[in-house]
Design a protein around this ligand. Structure first.
Ligand code: ZN
Length: 60
């Protein structure tokens, strides 16, 4: 269901999940390319979207 926004692979794993306002945020890591991204899901409206959260060059 969830696909990597970088390479399109569905071989992704859940790193962690947390709540942010109305959204349930799930942090994923792609096993194929190593990319990480967050999936946002609002259960009350059915809205959901994916945001990329950086690849290897993450600035701290
Ligand atoms: Zn990927």
């Amino acid at each position: 269901m969830i696909k990597c926004p970088y390479c399109g692979s569905d071989d992704v794993e859940v790193v962690k999940t947390w709540k942010m306002r109305n959204y349930t945020v799930t942090h994923y890591k792609c096993r194929a390319c190593g990319g990480t991204f967050n999936h946002y899901s609002d259960a009350s409206t059915g809205k959901e979207f994916i945001l990329r959260s950086g690849r290897r060059a993450v600035k701290h």
